[in-house]
Structure formats: C-alpha cells, structure tokens
Design a protein around this ligand. Structure first.
Ligand SMILES: Cc1cc2nc3c(=O)[nH]c(=O)nc-3n(C[C@H](O)[C@H](O)[C@H](O)COP(=O)(O)OP(=O)(O)OC[C@H]3O[C@@H](n4cnc5c(N)ncnc54)[C@H](O)[C@@H]3O)c2cc1C
Length: 393
C-alpha cells in the first residue's frame, strides 16, 4: 500500500455536499481525494422499491448545479415531484401562498429522496478520473504547515493537500482540528419525518402549518403520497414515535385539517434533533468548511442542503477561476470564499430562526402580529417575490 500521496484538494466527508463538490470539480484539472468514514453501501445503497423518509426540497438553483455535474440525469424522473405551489397557514386563519406561475418559473422546488440523490452523486464520483476515493476510513490526525496540510488516516496512510475541505457534517472533526469554535444552540425541537399515502390529490402543492406547538409540513411525493416534516418539542416527538400507526395517521390528518383526506403509512417515522449553528468563520489557514460543517439551520424553509450546495458551487467556482494562482489553498482565495458565502448563510439562518420563534410563542400581541404579517405579505406582491427569490437560488 502506498503510504504517502499528494493532492491539490482533500475533501473530508462524502455526504451530499462533499460529493457534489467533488463532482463539480471534475474538469478542474485539480487532483482530488475524498475521505469518507462510512462504507460505500451505507451511502450509495439504493433500493427503488423502498421509499426513503429523508427527503429534500431541492431549489431550482441546486437542481442546475446537480445537472452540471451529471448527477441529475441519473435520477429516476418518476421519483421526483415538482412543487408548483406553496400554501403556508398561520394559527389564526392567516395564509400565505406562492406559486411557480406567480414567480415565472417551471417549479418552486423538486422533492426527492436522500438515498436516490446520494446514489446518483456516487455514481458520478466512481467514474471520475481526477478523484481518489478513501472509504471506509477514519481520520487520525490533521497537521498544518504554511504551504500544505497533512492528513493521517487511521490505517497509517498520509495525504498531503494544498486545501482541506471539511464536508463532514454537523459535528465536524475538521472544524475542530482547524480551531474554529462552535457553540450550537439547541432549538428544543425534533423533526419527525414519515411518508404517507393520501386520499385526495396534492396537485403539486406543498403545505405548511405554523402552530403554537410545532410546524407541520406535508410535501408532495410522486402519485398520491406526501412526505411529512413535523417540528415539535422533544416530548411530543417521543409521543408521536411511540404511537400506533393508526394513531399517528389520525393525528397528522387532524393537524393538517383533513386537507388531503385520510393518511396511511408508507414509511415509519424517524426523528432528528434540531439546532442552530452560526460560526464566526467558515475558513481557516488551508481549510474551507461546506454544508452542515459550516452551518446548521431549522428545516422549516427546506434550505439546509440547498445552502450547502451553494457553498460547494461557490467554492468550486473560486477554485476553477483562480487564474495564475497555483496554490488552491491560498489565503486570499479562502477569504474570497468566506466573503461570498457569509450573507446568504446568515440570511437563511436569521429567517428560519425568526420564523420558528415568532410562531413558537404564546404572547397574544405576537400572535396577532404574526398572522397579520402573513396576510399582509400575501397581499404585497413585491415583498412576496423578494422572499421567494432567495429560496429559488
Ligand atoms: C428532518 C430534516 C429535514 C430536512 N429537510 C431539508 C430539505 O427539505 N431541504 C434542505 O435543503 N435541507 C434539509 N435538511 C438539511 C439537510 O439534511 C442537511 O443540511 C444536509 O444533509 C447536510 O449535508 P452534508 O453533506 O453537509 O452533511 P452530512 O449529510 O452530515 O454528510 C457528512 C458526511 O461526512 C461523513 N463524515 C463525518 N465525519 C467524518 C470523518 N471524520 N471522516 C470522514 N467522513 C466523515 C459522514 O459519514 C457523512 O457521509 C433537513 C434536515 C433535517 C434534520
């Protein structure tokens, strides 16, 4: 086994964001390594007969990014649902509607399953000539010198790189090694996810209810199916997970005001704890962070992985347009990446944090204001358009 190898870029973490960055750098001329701790079958094992309860609302901008890398065309079109309209309900008969027609686009987002997208991206990576995959393997040590970083794997091999990319998720080891401090804030909410079949057609509409005890979203899946993301406090999450299938279906049917008729189980529920993570910096000497390693946000706007794809898209663009700069881990390039990403990340984090707290509040004045706000936003076309434009990127 070769013990020492040199690369331009080593990406640590082959989840959706790390894999998308590697695929975007296919024609960059850079030599790449991707280090992933999970075995291949965990990431790219895809059984089309099963539905995945982890789904994403992929924005048109993310779709274009995935099309460019060749991953999108490998997806089964029959498993993708277009969101043509969004209907958001407050807790006092207020409502906000967005439609693809109003925005002049073909769709507001596409709903697709995590495993299918992961599988498509890994198919691209397996054909990629400028990429060496290290998997499954654990990282042991990361050391920095002025002109390169050196990563030692737990099997003794050492990878040298001009740039290390931390794409290793919310508890990022790379972030820790780079000395970037992280103080996550617990949202005191868990997202309970499950897929259901429905009685009435969803007509491509994504529904969301802001209620005092949580935020319920039912997103369209192909056919007469929907995917649920219900953000509730940890106690309610435990109760929902402990219920019988019939009880849970009845709860969701009632909470959604019978909008889609009776619901029946397609996949059992699972839950994810939610937190906010705002970092003082997303780069350090010889290191760039992308995806959940760089930011965590509430899933109410379906923007977590989309924001991660925008990190990957921006970093790939900066690396490919670096001109005469040979050193792809140069401090100026990293500062440029940081500057370009800051505003988008903070805007998404502030919006989702604000909305979650505005609706998760029992103060009567706030209750009136938030419902008046939803109705007013619905009537002010330019404001509505501005809000939506950001989420389409
Ligand atoms: C319930 C829920 C619903 C959501 N819905 C949406 C949505 O609709 N739209 C949206 O945009 N976002 C959504 N999100 C957010 C989205 O799930 C995340 O933003 C996204 O999965 C982050 O991807 P990532 O590649 O950055 O990290 P991860 O998916 O966490 O991938 C990290 C990878 O790194 C590997 N790794 C970790 N540590 C190491 C190490 N030391 N060495 C090597 N490899 C390592 C892991 O095995 C993993 O493969 C949702 C989140 C939740 C909880």
């Amino acid at each position: 086994m070769i013990q020492y190898m040199e690369f331009d870029v080593v990406i640590i973490g082959g989840g959706l964001v790390g894999a998308s960055l590697a695929a975007a750098l296919k024609h960059s001329g850079l030599s790449l390594a991707l280090v992933e701790s999970q075995p291949e079958q965990m990431l790219s094992d895809y059984h089309p007969a099963d539905w995945d309860s982890r789904i994403y609302a992929i924005s048109p901008g993310s779709r274009a990014f995935l099309e460019q890398s060749g991953a999108w065309s490998l997806l089964d079109a029959g498993r993708i649902a277009a969101v043509e309209e969004m209907r958001v309900f407050g807790d006092a008969e207020s409502e906000l509607e967005f439609s693809a027609y109003q925005m002049g686009v073909a769709e507001l987002a596409c709903i697709l399953e995590n495993r299918a997208l992961q599988h498509a991206l890994w198919q691209v990576l397996q054909q990629q000539e400028n990429l060496t995959l290290f998997q499954p393997v654990r990282c042991a040590r990361l050391q920095f010198a002025s002109d390169a970083a050196s990563l030692t794997l737990d099997d003794g091999r050492t990878l040298s790189a001009k740039l290390i990319v931390g794409a290793d998720g919310r508890d990022s080891w790379v972030r820790q090694q780079a000395g970037i401090s992280a103080a996550p804030v617990d949202y005191q909410q868990h997202a309970v996810v499950a897929n259901f079949s429905i009685d009435l057609p969803h007509r491509g509409i994504a529904y969301q209810w802001f209620q005092p005890d949580g935020i319920l979203a039912l997103l369209p899946l192909p056919g007469k199916r929907v995917s649920m993301v219900w953000s509730v406090d940890p106690e309610k999450s435990a109760r929902l997970l402990a219920m019988s299938q019939d009880e849970l279906c009845a709860q969701v049917t009632a909470a959604s005001g019978h909008m889609l008729g009776n619901l029946q189980f397609v996949t059992p529920p699972a839950s994810f704890p939610l937190r906010l993570l705002v970092l003082p910096q997303i780069s350090a000497p010889r290191v760039a962070l992308v995806g959940d390693a760089a930011h965590n946000m509430h899933p109410l706007a379906g923007q977590g992985v989309n924001t991660g794809f925008r990190d990957a898209r921006q970093l790939a663009q900066i690396l490919m347009e670096r001109g005469a700069q040979n050193d792809c881990g140069d401090a100026q390039l990293l500062r440029r990446y940081e500057r370009k990403r800051k505003e988008d990340i903070y805007t998404m984090q502030a919006t989702t944090y604000g909305l979650k707290h505005l609706f998760n509040n029992e103060v009567p004045l706030l209750r009136s204001v938030r419902n008046l706000g939803l109705n007013a936003t619905n009537r002010i076309a330019p404001l509505k358009k501005m809000l939506m434009q950001h989420a389409l990127n």
